[in-house]
Design a protein around this ligand. Structure first.
Ligand code: FES
Length: 92
């Protein structure tokens, strides 16, 4: 017997339940502060430039510069190591 047979079977008083729609995809993101380095952004988030334009993004995880020395802002290019950038990783 198929599902169609059950839904149309004589004697059923109630309409067949309709399948629940698939749950909407839950957006998520996380930001991890790397000691003496960038902010790692993982997940479904749009990164906007100061102009309001979306920053080009090809990966689900990106590193955002927080030292100010990157040549590819807003992304990290590793320059933080060259300049000896350090962070105070104590919670605020
Ligand atoms: S944090 Fe890596 S270049 Fe700035």
């Amino acid at each position: 017997m198929s599902i169609r047979d059950i839904r149309t079977a004589p004697g059923r008083d109630e309409p067949a339940p309709t399948p629940e729609p698939a749950p909407a995809r839950t957006p998520w993101a996380s930001v991890t502060a790397c000691p003496d380095g960038p902010l790692l952004v993982r997940g479904d988030v749009e990164i906007l430039l100061a102009s309001g334009e979306p920053a080009p993004r090809r990966r689900s995880t990106v590193a955002l510069c927080r030292c100010g020395a990157s040549g590819i802002k807003p992304y990290c290019d590793g320059s933080h190591k060259v300049i000896g950038f350090t962070t105070d990783d104590e919670p605020v």
